[in-house]
Structure formats: C-alpha cells, structure tokens
Write a protein that binds this ligand. Structure first.
Ligand SMILES: NC(=O)c1ccc[n+]([C@@H]2O[C@H](COP(=O)([O-])OP(=O)(O)OC[C@H]3O[C@@H](n4cnc5c(N)ncnc54)[C@H](O)[C@@H]3O)[C@@H](O)[C@H]2O)c1
Length: 154
C-alpha cells in the first residue's frame, strides 16, 4: 500500500515536471503584447516572458517609463510603443502595426489601470468613474483590437 502510494507520488511529480517544462518551451517565440508595460507589475511580466523566449511588446502611455524598462531589460526581444489604451482609434492602429510587423499575436496581458490619488473618503463619482473606466475600457479595447489578430491563429 505504502509502496504504491510512493510510486504514484513519484509518477505524478514526473508528470508535473514534464508539464512545467513543456509549458516553458511552448512559450518560445510567442509574441506577447503587454499593456501598462512601463508599470510595476507588467514590466516584471515582460522580463519573465523575455526570459522564456517570447518576443515582448510593452505598451504604455508614458514613454519615459518604457525607455527605462527597455534599458533595464536590455534585450532585443523587447520592444515598446507608446499608446493611450483608452483611445480605441490609437489601439486599433497600434494592433495593426504590431500584427504587420510580427505576423501574429499570441499573448495579451491587459495591465492598464489607475487609482485615485485622493483619500478614500474624498473620492467623487467622477473620480470613481475615471478609475473604473481606465481598467475596464482599456481591457475592452485591448481585447477587441489585439484579440482580432489573436483569433486569426490556426
Ligand atoms: N500593484 C499591485 O499590487 C496591484 C494589485 C492588484 C491589481 N493591480 C492592478 O494591476 C495593474 C498594474 O498595476 P501596477 O501596480 O503595475 O500599476 P503602475 O501604476 O505601476 O502601472 C500602470 C501603468 O499603466 C500606464 N497607464 C495608465 N493609463 C494608461 C493608458 N490610458 N494607456 C496606456 N497606459 C496607461 C501607466 O503609465 C503605468 O505605467 C493596475 O490595473 C492595477 O490596478 C495592481
């Protein structure tokens, strides 16, 4: 009984390790678009995906942040574009530009979202809407524009 359990655990471990390495290698040469790529979280995602062999495109409204991240990561597989993810026309234009350059888009990480700098008690309806909109609209536009090309994959 104990021997069987040990064998089962060992084969499960082997299976998980194989799945882990298969997953890692499946990311090689994937094209990943990361919005808010100049920010804290998404710049770390960008680094992780570059290290896994992806071609990573970081997008942000603030060019200075993108330049800093590019310098930090310093890898030819990382490129950046400035874009306001709340402007559907610009997002459409950018997604087409990226698709033309890379011929595919495999991964999209929607990271855009701002917070109100005010104290919680002082947040107005309009502040709330701005925060809410930044998260939801940027995700909607990102999924619509980049998703169109992601669906083209066989
Ligand atoms: N940091 C956390 O602990 C945490 C926890 C939960 C959720 N989140 C969410 O994850 C996301 C990223 O968080 P973060 O801490 O890295 O934030 P961050 O402020 O460091 O990064 C956000 C980035 O979004 C960019 N941005 C803002 N508006 C934009 C627009 N309209 N178009 C393009 N770029 C725009 C900013 O320039 C900035 O670089 C946010 O949506 C945040 O709400 C963060």
């Amino acid at each position: 009984m104990l021997r069987n359990t040990k064998i089962n655990t060992k084969s499960k471990m082997k299976k998980y390790i194989k799945q882990y390495f298969d997953f890692r290698s499946s990311l090689k040469n994937k094209v990943a678009v990361i919005t808010a790529g100049g920010g804290h979280l998404c710049s770390v995602f960008a680094l992780a995906l570059v290290n896994l062999g992806c071609k990573v495109i970081i997008v942000d409204i603030r060019e200075k942040k993108l330049i800093d991240i590019k310098k930090k990561i310093n890898n030819k597989n990382l490129i950046f574009y400035t874009c306001n993810l709340l402007n559907k026309y610009d997002v459409d234009k950018l997604s087409l530009q990226i698709y033309k350059k890379f011929k595919k888009i495999d991964i999209l990480i929607n990271g855009v979202g701002i917070n109100s700098p005010k104290k919680f008690e002082q947040i107005s309806k309009s502040d709330w809407n701005t925060v809410f909109e930044s998260h939801l609209l940027s995700t909607l536009f990102g999924c619509q524009s980049f998703g169109k090309y992601m669906k083209k994959k066989k």
